[in-house]
Design a protein around this ligand. Structure first.
Ligand SMILES: Cc1cc2nc3c(=O)[nH]c(=O)nc-3n(C[C@H](O)[C@H](O)[C@H](O)COP(=O)(O)OP(=O)(O)OC[C@H]3O[C@@H](n4cnc5c(N)ncnc54)[C@H](O)[C@@H]3O)c2cc1C
Ligand code: SF4
Length: 806
């Protein structure tokens, strides 16, 4: 069978998975308007807020399509269906089909106001929209989001997390009025306002102002909001034009029967583009049910689509919101309401007779699945009415227990709404050997879409596995928190946390002041993420960094002045010799990184010896720092007959560019003038090997506990480009790596291909470089100079508790 699919979105993606799982043997041609295959559209919001990258949300990559023999026609719109001849037309010509699937999704609705076509006006549907918002969300930029529904608020929160000043204009009296009642809408508004997002309810957009591009938004009441970007998130419409043109039956969407068949028996449709029993669909859960039915139909099996209730969650980190069922006021309905203003918790249950018909929860949504299950099953709840609002933990006199809510759910209770995965299926997978979250995700798809049910899935795993359950193969930073390094890095950015107390308060630290493991990590993450706002907390550094020298086993210190590129002068050597005599330095040693180390300096002599070096024009070599250590060079073409470029000169420039940049762990560089590699550049964190045509930049080498050769990042023709690439790469490492992970460990985790892609993209590379330079403008200072000028202020920190973790 020749199967042609129009649209490589979430619905058709799932349908193809099901089809291949069932052993489909036909030919598949997949067209997509977007220039890419299927990705998890739900997760565009975490991409927008910076919590995920696009690469992390790809559902089917090139290898997947190739493995299943799918002919991919991405970036190619189907413009016509010829039902007589059974062919579709696209830019590439005609493609015949035996069966055709329309899965064209929705088109965002644009309100027909003056100025809607101005550059700077976007919608929120795909990666292009997301990238446009990311590009516009520079700190201080002004963004206006029209629409305070699910998508509008996720767009607003994402742009605000990137530093933009965001205003949301919403036509109705409270936010997300289709999912929330006014009380929950009010709490949501307060939460968003606390994050600096301005909310204007009852606001009707009259015009978008601007001459060459958008400049402001004018409301009917005369209010004007300045805007560098306007995002319209006011609703969607089924993308059914191609079906209308082909004279298929189309109402508000492409009309299908229970088997997902359109009015033409050879043409099927699924996803947001369809209309089934007069109903449209805008959430992914029912689309996945449609996918299952259509795959079965195409395989000749019997199946029928029956829409089920859906629940809504907002994917804004830190906002806990749940809504399911019907909560409109109606005769014969009663409300049960619970409020805890101190914790910002609000719960409302709507009862009709003996049944629960709606639930709205804000601030504490742990029992959402339990209530949702009661709504779906229509179970008689009159016997537990008194305690219903307190959730399953309180039913039948059970003591409050974090797992009780999940334990009380029946096996058929839905845990993952997006993928329709019930508790029993997860328990079955776990009993069958899936004992990590990742394996459960792969086997059941639970928590693989929007991810908001991850906690619930883990609870089901904990129930099934008992004591042998480890919540996360990636352990928490330390005993002070349940968060992993990755969580903390993500949440610091997403929630705009700019101080150690803010992180500890908002991320629920279990100890008062943290410990030797978490404090240095938090200090580094904050320094790296908010170079302009965060003030380095010296108390949260390891002892060497606090004392700006490397403590030795006898309690003395080693002092290493910086020697740019390993080059020195007779004056510097004299200064070193004089200092060695003056402070009775017992050993002077040349280091492996081509520097001179004065070992055995007494603690009380440190400020004076630094002052002497500063007077001789030398600065700290940071030989103790999680930062740039040394750039080792060879003599290069100036003296060596094999040299192809000025490797010494480039080494000096690189050291002057990178010194003083705090990094997750120490960073060492090498620059060799030719592939003979006398500077041993190919076992450094970053190595440059000069060749006739330019500079080979390789990364992720190691020559310590582990020994590893570097891997090629890229080759560039000029010294300027080499400097830009290296600064951008260091910034990529600074922004993404876990504290204390050397570059080779981090690259092994994120993948060299990902690093290459970031650096290869000129815009990303430039942005990384610029952020690096911005950070250097704050941090590139000599710690010795500061302290040497104020020796009276300087007291080596007596509390050495942080030394243990070093
Ligand atoms: C930012 C965002 C967040 C969301 N969050 C959630 C959430 O938390 N929970 C939830 O349940 N749902 C969420 N949704 C909705 C969910 O993503 C959609 O319901 C789902 O993607 C629809 O799937 P689909 O396959 O019907 O359409 P899509 O995924 O939109 O795919 C349709 C594809 O068809 C292509 N196409 C259209 N016309 C043509 C043509 N003529 N020729 C070729 N290709 C064509 C388009 O380019 C598109 O790639 C969210 C949506 C967005 C945009
Ligand atoms: S690496 Fe090449 S250029 Fe540099 S010193 Fe060795 S042989 Fe000479």
């Amino acid at each position: 069978m020749r199967l042609v699919v129009i649209g490589a979105g979430m619905a058709s993606g799932r349908m193809l998975e099901q089809l291949f799982e069932a052993g489909f043997a036909g030919e598949v041609t997949l067209f997509n308007g977007e220039p890419r295959g299927n990705y998890n559209r739900l997760m565009l919001s975490p991409v927008l807020s910076g919590e995920k990258t696009y690469e992390q949300i790809i559902t089917h990559d090139d290898a997947w399509y190739a493995a299943h023999g799918v002919v991919c026609r991405f970036g190619e719109h189907v413009t016509k269906i010829d039902r007589e001849r059974k062919v579709v037309t696209s830019r590439g010509g005609e493609t015949p089909y035996d069966a055709l699937v329309i899965a064209t999704g929705s088109a965002p609705f644009i309100i027909p106001v003056v100025g809607k076509e101005l550059p700077g006006v976007c919608t929120y549907r795909d990666l292009e929209d997301t990238n446009a918002m990311i590009a516009a969300s520079k700190p201080g930029a002004k963004a206006v989001v029209v629409g305070g529904g699910l998508l509008g608020l996720e767009a607003a929160a994402g742009m605000a997390a990137r530093g933009a000043e965001v205003t949301v204009i919403h036509l109705m009296g409270h936010l997300m009025e289709r999912q929330l009642d006014p009380s929950a809408g009010y709490l949501l508004q307060k939460d968003l306002e606390r994050r600096g997002i301005r909310i204007h309810c009852k606001g009707a957009t009259k015009a978008i102002l601007g001459s060459d591009r958008v400049e402001a938004v004018l409301l009917e009441d005369g209010t004007v909001y300045d805007a560098d970007l306007v995002c319209m998130a006011v609703g969607i419409r089924p993308e059914s034009r191609i079906a209308t043109d082909a004279h298929l039956e189309v109402g508000r969407g492409v009309v299908v029967n229970d088997q997902m068949q359109t009015s033409d028996p050879a043409i099927y449709a699924l996803g947001e583009c369809i209309e089934h029993n007069k109903q449209l669909f805008g959430l992914v859960a029912p689309l996945y049910d449609q996918a299952k039915v259509l795959a079965a139909t195409l395989m000749g099996a019997e199946a029928a689509f029956k829409p089920v209730q859906t629940a809504t969650k907002l994917k804004v980190t830190g906002v806990d919101l749940f809504s399911a069922g019907d909560f409109a006021d109606a005769p014969g309905r009663e409300d049960i309401v619970f409020r805890d203003p101190g914790r910002g918790v609000y719960k409302r249950l709507v009862l009709e007779g003996e049944n629960l018909v709606g639930a709205v929860m804000y601030g504490d949504t742990a029992d959402g699945s339990w209530f949702f299950d009661k709504i779906k099953t229509g179970e008689d709840v009159s016997a537990i009415r008194e305690t219903l609002i307190f959730g399953p933990a309180f039913q039948g006199g059970a003591q409050a227990d974090p797992l009780a809510a999940v334990a009380a759910l029946p096996p058929e209770a839905e845990i993952c709404g997006c993928n329709g995965v019930c508790k029993g299926k997860i328990m079955e997978a776990v009993s069958g050997g899936a004992n990590t979250l990742d394996t459960v995700r792969v086997q059941t798809k639970a928590s693989a879409s929007c991810g908001t049910c991850t906690g619930l899935v883990e609870k089901v795993m904990a129930l099934t596995l008992g004591d042998s359950f480890t919540a996360n193969a990636n352990p928490p930073i330390c005993k002070c928190t349940d968060h992993t390094h990755e969580d903390v890095r993500r949440l610091i950015k997403a929630q705009g946390l700019k101080s150690i107390p803010a992180v500890m308060q908002d991320l629920g630290w279990k100890t008062v002041g943290g410990c030797a493991s978490c404090r240095p990590a938090l200090n580094y993450y904050l320094l790296s993420d908010w170079p302009q706002d965060y003030i380095d907390d010296r108390q949260s550094r390891f002892v060497n960094e606090r004392n700006h020298a490397n403590i030795q086993k006898d309690g003395t210190y080693s002092v290493v002045p910086r020697m740019w590129g390993g080059v020195t002068t007779s004056a510097e050597l004299r200064a070193i010799a004089d200092a060695a005599d003056r402070y009775a330095v017992p050993m002077i040693k040349v280091t492996g990184g081509q520097r001179i180390d004065l070992l055995g300096v007494k603690k009380e002599d440190l400020p004076a010896i630094w002052a002497d070096f500063n007077d001789a024009g030398m600065v700290s070599g940071h030989a103790y720092a999680k930062g740039l250590r040394t750039v080792k060079t060879c003599v290069g073409k100036e003296f060596c007959r094999f040299g192809t470029q000025d490797s010494t000169g480039l080494g000096i420039k690189l050291e002057k560019l990178l010194w003083g940049s705090w990094t997750p762990a120490k960073v060492k560089l090498g620059v060799s003038g030719c592939p003979r590699n006398c500077a041993e550049a190919t076992c450094k964190d970053i190595g440059v090997v000069c060749v006739d045509s330019g500079y080979q930049i390789s990364v992720a080498g190691a020559a310590g506990m582990d020994v590893k050769e570097t891997e090629l990042l890229c080759t560039v023709p000029t010294e300027e480009e080499a400097m830009e690439v290296i600064a951008a790469f260091v910034q990529l490492y600074r922004e993404n790596a876990r504290y204390l992970h050397r570059i080779y460990k981090w690259v092994a985790k994120v993948g060299l291909d990902w690093c290459k892609a970031q650096i290869a993209d000129p815009v990303t590379r430039r942005d990384l470089h610029d952020r690096f330079m911005q950070s250097q403008s704050v941090y590139q200072t000599d710690p010795w100079a500061d302290l040497a000028q104020r020796p009276a202020d300087w007291a080596p920190i007596a509390d050495l508790t942080l030394r243990a973790a070093e």
